[in-house]
Ligand binder design. Sequence first.
Ligand code: GMT
Length: 384
Amino acid sequence: MRIGIVCYPTFGGSGVLATELGMALSDKGYEVHFITYEQPVRLSQGFHPNIYYHEVKVPTYPLFAFPPYETALASTMVSVINDYNLDLLHLHYAIPHASAAFFARQILRKAGKDIPFITTLHGTDITLVGKDPTYEPVVTFSINESDAITAVSQSLKEDTLESFKIEKEIHVIPNFVDIKRFHQSDKEHFKKMMAPNDEKILAHVSNFRAVKRVEDVVRVFHNVHQTVPSKLLMIGDGPDRQRAEDLAKELNVYNDIRFLGKQEQISEILSITDLFILPSSSESFGLSALEAMACGVPVISSNAGGLPEINEHGKTGFLSDIGDIESMSANAIQVIQDAEKLKAFKKAALARAKKFEKQHIIPMYEKIYANIVESCPYKRKCNI
Ligand code: GMT
């Protein structure tokens, strides 16, 4: 089967998940075509003979205050579908990928062809951006036009049904992790560099957007640090990084925090981490938490969105109300202060992550692909 994957190529969770899915599918023999404006970041790790990358170029013109990406994307979709005889499109993040796919499909239908498309809802495309009245009508329409809809958690499915008039079934397919790549490895030398006096290591990974509440991470660390000798690794970059750095200076913990910026070898950093902090105000699933758990790292998180669907309170970590710094700090301290407890939480985190291993989740997508390709009218008509 030849599959077109449309996603954001950045470090954001939807792009990372889409890229991991494309790589997993190509390993299973599918031909995968990424259609996006830049090479997806995780795709840079190694050569995959079944994977193609098609760049969407958006020509500029003095008249364009906003170069029309969606138009360029729809046109690129049409060319790639025709040139490579794709069987289906899989869109990650509804805006503007689902409406561009609808447009591409209409163009193909005019030419007597067709392509089914599946839209995966990831989070802020629903919880934040999508329900803005500026986008909502187009988002509702294009989600409903999808041949199949998936959401990455039960919580996101419920949010979608609450905010949009959805006329089709939404299948819940959780995020997954490749444990062969995300596992704890021996990085003693690296740990010594980051924590020379055997301090405990806390970490946070995100794109430092407002929903991630990175200042809460710094505040929690400040409290933990007063009780337990510790260091904090902040991985990623984004609009709130400066505020987090300023707060760290104000709280006098800047010298115990490393702002590492965007990193590709996340599992190496997680291998030396004792506790992962994710205090988001909105989190449809929390892929970064799952990747941490796969490396045996317990999670101190908020109870937002889909986080309770992966992080088991009192077992793999703890859940607190959004913004409850005191509760998160107390939970973090009780886990890392007690060696036996930390060991038990690490073990439980890994066991929980194994439930989301890629081999359990990829077949859920494959089943939907087979169904929508099978019921595509063009395929039936032309018997392709
Ligand atoms: O805000 C982000 O973290 C990026 C965002 C995205 O859509 O790129 O990530 C979302 O998708 C991930 C993969 O499905 C989920 O694991 C994240 O929880 C989700 N982020 C939010 O809901 C804030």
